[in-house]
Design a protein around this ligand. Structure first.
Ligand SMILES: [Cu+2]
Length: 486
């Protein structure tokens, strides 16, 4: 390689600079007929002359508000989101007595202690190794060993204190999404507080003045931090529910990541083509079923903190009502019957119904790419192709070669059992089901309803009553019903 000396390099750049200056001067004089000497340079101070004092942020005097700031909406305001009197005092709500705890499939609820009249929680932001489904893991971020973080559960009127310890190597904050609280408890880095540095513990305190399904997430470098898994659900139960409490109250967070086969960390720089679509941090078949007894009153709370995608979640076998958003309860007169609920990014949606139809019912995102796992993304379309000639040709070079995908994607899930898979990847779809291979992955789970249950553990696969199952038609039946196949 030809080396150049420092002198040559300087000489060369000098020529280039002179040329640029001349070009600049020509251009300027053409535009304004002003020479450089005539121009007023006073506005263009050199960095050394600049006054930096105005760019210094004043040091915040108080980092954490210490009082329960009293926040009220004038009486009679129709948009009054608070559902209890902010001045009223309530004892800390107790599970079983004041509320029926939520069920968190594949997840956990954050423990608390009662100190005086307050409910005290401790969250630890840290690295968490997540197993999305057997054989498929990544190093994510989360809270208290969970990704997503555990569900925070409280009751309207509770005085809540949450300590957040940062065990990450980067600064973070926690924002309490849709929770009404004093502004400087809102957790927005820079705007309402400085960040929680690695090793530090911050203290958040507020009174729960509303009930509903809310969330929490990092509000520092959210693309990276939320993308790595720093988020969770925040449920505040009503002190006096208007309706009977549900028998089964499920909490499900929706999220998406991009984890390339063979890698062990989510790529948080992507904005499309996510290949790991999760329900409470799992992909099917890693998702545990939601289990209910026949005629249980069921509520499912969905929260979506995906980076880019809204998820239309479809439940088979029932019609539910959309009853609540993160903005509050929907009046009963406005409840909408649905079988698919669209959960937008940054939104929560509650649906309620009676589990009056026994069986193993699919519940999944209806975006077809969102019920695929990693390997189903970015493939050429081979559907309907005849691979015989190709297989013969390549088979001469690679013994045992088989073209994949000619019958769609499902075969590729099953075929994975006989093939070497790339490191840290799972088949693009599925698991063995009771009747055949189940051709779904990602944001897919099963809602199981049974008549005779002694516990809410997974009861296994549904055994259909006689005469209630689809099966091959007989020729006699077809003849009788006038079905002719040409
Ligand atoms: Cu989706």
């Amino acid at each position: 390689m030809k080396k150049i000396t420092r002198r040559q390099a300087l000489a060369g750049s000098g020529v280039a600079l002179a040329g640029a200056a001349m070009l600049g001067r020509d251009a300027l004089s053409q535009r304004s007929n002003k020479t450089l000497a005539q121009m007023d340079h006073s506005k263009h101070k050199m960095p050394a002359q600049m006054d930096h004092s105005q760019h210094k942020m004043p040091a915040p005097k108080k980092l954490v508000a210490e009082s329960n700031a009293v926040y009220r909406t004038p009486k009679g305001n129709p948009w009054y989101a608070r559902t209890v009197d902010p001045d009223a005092n309530f004892p800390p709500g107790e599970p079983g007595k004041d509320y029926t705890p939520v069920v968190v499939p594949n997840g956990a609820t954050l423990p608390f202690q009662i100190v005086g009249d307050s409910k005290v929680f401790h969250m630890v932001a840290e690295e968490v190794t997540t197993e999305f489904a057997p054989g498929f893991k990544a190093i994510c971020w989360g809270y208290n060993g969970h990704m997503p973080g555990p569900v925070i559960e409280a009751v309207e009127g509770d005085q809540i204190r949450i300590y957040v310890t940062n065990k990450l190597k980067v600064p973070t904050t926690v924002h309490w999404h849709a929770v009404i609280l004093p502004c400087n408890m809102d957790g927005v880095s820079g705007l309402t507080q400085r960040t929680i540095k690695p090793g530090e513990t911050f203290r958040y305190e507020f009174k729960a003045v509303q009930h509903g399904t809310f969330m929490y997430h990092s509000h520092k470098d959210t693309m990276t931090q939320e993308g790595m898994g720093l988020f969770g659900m925040f449920v505040i139960h009503p002190r006096k529910p208007k309706r009977e409490r549900p028998d089964r109250d499920f909490a499900l967070m929706l999220h998406e990541m991009d984890i390339k086969p063979g890698t062990y960390r989510p790529d948080t720089s992507v904005s499309s083509g996510f290949n790991t679509l999760t329900l409470n941090g799992k992909v099917f078949p890693g998702t545990v079923p939601l289990v209910a007894k026949l005629n249980d009153k069921v509520r499912i709370r969905f929260g979506n903190l995906s980076a880019m995608d809204h998820h239309p979640i479809h439940l088979h076998g029932f019609a539910f009502r959309e009853t609540e958003t993160d903005g509050g309860e929907i009046p009963e007169t406005a409840w909408r019957p649905e079988t698919t609920v669209l959960v937008g990014v940054g939104q929560t949606r509650n649906v309620e119904f009676v589990a009056d139809n026994p069986g193993d019912w699919a519940m999944h995102c209806h975006m077809t790419h969102h019920i695929m796992n990693q390997m189903g993304h970015g493939l050429p379309n081979m559907v309907g192709a005849d691979p015989k000639l190709l297989d013969q040709a390549i088979g001469n070079l690679v013994p045992g070669y088989m073209t994949m995908g000619t019958e769609g994607m499902i075969g590729m899930g099953q075929m994975a059992a006989h093939m070497d898979m790339p490191e840290n990847s799972i088949p693009m779809v599925g698991a063995n089901g009771p009747h055949e291979y189940i051709g779904a992955g990602g944001m897919f789970t099963v809602f199981k309803v049974r008549e005779n249950l002694t516990s809410y553990d997974d009861p296994g696969w549904y055994a259909p009553p006689k005469g209630t199952m689809a099966r091959p038609a007989t020729q006699d039946e077809m003849d009788e019903d006038g079905i002719f196949v040409t």
